[in-house]
Design a protein around this ligand. Structure first.
Ligand code: GLC
Length: 800
């Protein structure tokens, strides 16, 4: 155990005893004898913010992460004093501040200890840069586990890990790499079936240690800035995640086509190749909504230009693709080629929009176009200027989505793979060096892109994707996990990363399916598609130099199996879209790791393979070659095997068959899953019949279905429907009630109800409380189908 004195010897400083405290509205300021100020702000009954200023001087309170619309307000705030402590008490938590050393401890309202300072706040002066290294250490409770932290490619449970956040271009990254493309300094701790979250909102390089250095200590620290963190109480993980997501924001609903299957490669060119690709999808009857243009579509990699040898008439091509149901998505990187005949370069130079070194010269660095300068996206004027450049691409040429890459920012051929630390940034008026702006650069680029695409695609909805980001970046863009490799280990990593991102507020994420570097075997590609169709963002992308990665490239068997799974995704689109709606409206992640789903079951604490897709579908990818199935954990409850309706009793491990054309998928009993017919692309035709797969349960269960126009903003004016289906199952009866809220004029005419697992023969029925004959509702005994009017309110099926 390291003592304070030992740490002090190493140059660490600590607050001394408390000399005063004062309440000012929702904040309480504590001052120590040696001048340390701590402000504790009560944001919600379950959320406190802690800010420390070592010498009593706080920085301007500015954050890129916090969403202006976050919920704020509490019902109780009391300050209680005793001899040793000052207590801040809300309706849900108590914060204890020690008069002796200003250490804090958090309790729930039943006085159970949730989290307490070990060494607590301490700091070390940075002689090289000025300011402090700001540090915090907390005691870890026996049996405590940790989750979160964005895209880190390591085991799902973070216990024992040391991780840092410094956005880095990591081609073919390896397992356990501490730094990757994104910085999401948010984690969840879980012990005694109670969960809390810590969001350390500091954009400098941050570090997290989960019992790695010392067994009973969790610590986090930053290379500069303030010790500024939020404590978020659950007690459910689900509550921690939704509160964090509410605090840092969620995206708008994307257009539904963005949830379709997307195909990309570095690079599809020229036009003839793109057309051939498009034809390949339609000929093979393989659903696809979007085709991507990687850097080679540009003229010498100059952003917002076209290589007219490859793409002589981009507008026509994009239109023709659109007629065939394909949206075009184009890449845009931050590096602007140094070239006096290139307008963006000369214009940006004139307007003084490019990043500069501390002593004045421009920040120059090599990226794809050769020597480049880089817009300072932390300047609001630059963001607006950048946004306006999308006019031609989006409004005139008709590109539907934009993909931002290399925005860590990545620089080639230099040791740190990025800008030198002295580069200056505006940081929205809080001028600073790259040490502070580095981790935020990609998010601000994505933000400028989002604003631009949104402006010019209106009245449709924007779609953007970014590689680098920071907490809150989910408001502006979807993301992918970067340059992975076509290996089984990366398939495993991808599964963990997407669940982890979901737990970190960033649901709209996916991997390069099949692997970016190297080439997958047909078997690996198939298994990866099987996983990828359950990721919110579903795109095959690969580097051009390793052979082809179109689904038909691997032969007939792979084509047929992968088609079957992509078709399943298209059938499940209404279900996924509804989950997306709940993410946007209620901050609920689209994928739910098992520990999120049932934290009271300790079996789930180290589980990472299985996850819940939406609310009711349990998925477990196959992550090994040559297998005919696998063991998997079925969470508590009763589940239907998706393929054969056999029932699995949860709370235990099971062997599940999964030859190459299958994977383990289960549906929770009581669920009602809305399904579309297979389309080759979203809105290929008008859908007039919704299929509802009803999984009988002896008991009650609600399911919902959200519908709107699939694009545009009418839903914001109330033109949507939220249909709630209430299932009540009894021994000899099943009742399904529908309640429709909303004013959207649905295209649906009928609902085809498909019954699973009914334990009795249907003898009689009533619809909307009137007896009907089984023929009149199209009862098909063999298939267990019934067809009803879309607006039915009450269906009863009885065994006598
Ligand atoms: C980066 C991206 C990759 C892209 C390539 C060329 O490596 O991560 O997705 O294809 O650059 O633009």
């Amino acid at each position: 155990m390291i003592t304070n004195t030992e740490l002090e010897k190493k140059g660490n400083l600590f607050p001394s005893k408390l000399v005063s405290y004062e309440q000012n509205g929702d904040s309480i300021l504590f001052v120590s004898e040696n001048g340390v100020h701590l402000i504790v702000t009560v944001l919600r009954d379950s959320m406190l913010r802690f800010r420390y200023a070592t010498h009593g001087i706080f920085e301007n309170d500015f954050s890129y992460a916090i969403d202006n619309d976050h919920s704020h307000g509490y019902s109780v705030l009391e300050i209680i004093e005793d001899e040793k402590f000052v207590w801040i008490v809300t309706e849900q938590i108590k914060c204890r501040v020690n008069r002796n050393d200003m250490k804090t401890a958090m309790f729930d309202i039943e006085d159970e200890l949730i989290l307490q300072d070990e060494l607590g706040y301490h700091w070390e002066e940075s002689f090289e840069f000025g300011g402090n290294y700001v540090k915090m250490s907390k005691s870890t409770v026996e049996g405590e586990n940790f989750y979160g932290l964005g895209d880190k490619p390591t085991s799902f449970n973070l216990k024992g890990k040391r991780i840092s956040n410094w956005n880095t271009d990591q081609y073919a990254f390896g397992k356990d790499l501490p730094e990757l493309y994104k910085s999401i300094p948010f984690y969840i701790g879980l012990h005694h079936a109670k969960a809390y979250g810590i969001f350390f909102d500091n954009t400098f390089k941050t570090h997290f240690d989960f019992c790695h250095e010392r067994r009973h200590v969790t610590s986090f620290w930053a290379d500069g800035g303030e010790m500024n963190y939020y404590f978020i109480y659950g007690p459910k993980i689900a509550e921690v995640v939704t509160k964090y997501t509410n605090l840092t924001g969620r995206p708008e609903l994307p257009p539904m086509w963005a949830l379709g299957y997307h195909q990309s490669k570095w690079s599809y060119y020229p036009e003839a190749k793109v057309k051939e690709l498009a034809a390949g999808f339609r000929e093979n009857k393989f659903p696809c909504d979007a085709l991507y243009l990687d850097i080679d579509y540009m003229d010498g990699f100059r952003c917002f230009t076209w290589n007219t040898d490859y793409f002589p008439e981009p507008k026509r091509m994009v239109e023709e693709l659109e007629e065939d149901g394909f949206k075009t998505v184009a890449i845009i990187d931050p590096g602007i080629k140094i070239d006096n005949s290139y307008e963006i370069f000369t214009d940006g130079l004139e307007k003084d929009y490019f990043c500069k070194r501390a002593d004045g010269p421009y920040m120059r660095g090599k990226v794809w176009p050769g020597n480049c300068v880089f817009p300072d996206f932390t300047n609001p004027e630059v963001r607006e200027w950048w946004a306006d450049h999308y006019k031609t691409l989006i409004a005139e040429i008709g590109v539907k989505g934009v993909w931002n890459d290399m925005n860590e920012p990545a620089v080639m051929e230099v040791p740190g793979k990025t800008f030198p630390l002295d580069v200056r940034h505006d940081y929205d008026g809080n001028r600073c060096s790259h040490r502070k702006a580095h981790n935020i650069y990609g998010m601000q680029m994505a933000r400028a892109t989002y604003e631009g695409v949104k402006k010019y695609i209106f009245p449709k909805r924007p779609f953007t994707i970014t590689r680098a980001s920071y907490s809150g970046g989910q408001r502006f863009s979807s993301t992918w996990t970067g340059d992975n490799v076509a290996t089984w280990e990366h398939l495993w990593l991808g599964n963990v990363q997407i669940q982890r991102l979901g737990m970190s507020g960033f649901s709209f994420a996916g991997t390069d399916i099949g692997g970016f570097a190297d080439q997958p075997t047909g078997e690996l590609f198939t298994r990866w598609i099987q996983l990828g169709v359950f990721h919110p963002f579903c795109r095959v992308h690969s580097s051009g130099d390793h052979g082809e990665q179109e689904p038909w490239y691997f032969g007939e068997e792979v084509l047929n199996i992968t088609r079957k799974f992509v078709e399943l995704r298209y059938q499940l689109l209404p279900y996924l879209y509804t989950a997306f709606y709940q993410y946007c409206e209620e901050n609920i992640p689209i994928l739910k790791p098992l520990v999120y789903f049932d934290q009271e079951d300790v079996q789930t604490h180290y589980r990472a393979d299985e996850f819940i897709f939406g609310h009711h579908i349990l998925v477990c990818p196959i992550q090994e070659p040559n297998v005919q199935g696998r063991r998997m954990y079925i969470p508590r409850g009763r589940w239907y095997n998706y393929w054969n309706d056999s029932i699995a009793e949860g709370g235990k491990e099971l062997w599940v068959d999964a030859p190459l054309d299958s994977m383990p998928i289960y549906v929770k009993e009581g669920a009602i899953i809305p399904k579309y017919p297979v389309q080759q692309y979203v809105d290929e035709f008008q859908i007039e019949e919704l299929r509802l797969d009803v999984y009988y349960k002896n008991g009650k269960q609600n399911s919902i279905y959200y519908e709107d126009d699939h694009d545009g903003y009418d839903y914001k004016m109330g033109l949507y429907n939220l249909r709630t289906f209430k299932l009540t199952g009894k021994e000899k009866e099943i009742i399904i009630q529908q309640h429709v809220a909303g004013t959207y004029e649905s295209n649906l005419k009928t609902m085809k109800i498909c019954l699973h697992g009914l334990p009795f023969d249907i003898k009689s029925a009533s619809v909307n409380n009137e007896d009907v004959t089984l023929e009149s509702i199209g009862y098909d005994k063999e298939g267990q189908f019934i067809t009803l009017n879309e607006n039915f309110t009450d269906l009863r099926l009885v065994s006598e």
